[in-house]
Design a protein around this ligand. Structure first.
Ligand SMILES: [Ca+2]
Ligand SMILES: [Ca+2]
Length: 192
């Protein structure tokens, strides 16, 4: 019940959050002000995911909220203290089985390929533009016990697609979008 209430509150605040994000983007474009993206650690440097992943393949949000990025599955598993052999697909190959339990994983390519963003599911709302992932999600896996939803904020009534617990969708182009076309490369935010 608390989750439902929190989700409702977040939805009500959604338009305001998006308006604020739009305004700061406009300011940044006009005045060259700092971007407002999520900062992550990658190869000893701090990068702004909204600007560029700088060649990273996997960006993982820790339970602490910190985001760490890696250029390979092997580097990710080493950096997060995971067993190398637990990766069913083998080091260097990205696949569904590489998405950790309790996480929502989003890929830029179909069939769980391409850059992968791993979000923990107690942040409730994430604007994908802050992670450099806006309108770029092609496959998705929900490895948590909670429902997740992706929203398209390019339309005033926020079309959404529900991702049930333990659902994995290798190709979002099979899901029709309310405004035509499919859900491939349409998601702007995620709600848990
Ligand atoms: Ca968009
Ligand atoms: Ca969109």
């Amino acid at each position: 019940m608390m989750r439902a209430i929190r989700r409702m509150a977040l939805l009500l605040g959604l338009a305001a959050a998006i308006a604020a994000g739009g305004a700061s983007t406009a300011v940044a474009e006009q005045g060259g002000a700092a971007e407002t993206g999520v900062l992550a650690e990658y190869q000893g440097e701090t990068i702004d995911l909204a600007e560029s992943w700088e060649g990273a393949e996997i960006c993982h949000q820790r339970q602490s909220g910190e985001v760490n990025c890696y250029d390979s599955e092997a580097a990710y598993r080493a950096g997060e203290g995971l067993s190398q052999t637990a990766s069913a697909s083998g080091a260097g190959t990205l696949a569904l089985s590489d998405c950790p339990a309790s996480y929502l994983c989003l890929w830029k390519g179909t069939n769980y390929t391409g850059e992968r963003l791993q979000l923990q599911m107690d942040t409730y709302l994430d604007l994908l533009s802050n992670y450099g992932f806006e309108d770029q999600v092609s496959s998705i896996a929900n490895r948590s016990v909670y429902y997740a939803e992706i929203y398209d904020n390019d339309y005033p009534d926020f079309p959404r697609l529900v991702i049930p617990p333990n659902a994995a969708y290798p190709d979002l182009s099979v899901f029709p979008h309310a405004y035509g076309g499919s859900w491939n490369n349409r998601a702007d935010l995620v709600l848990f």
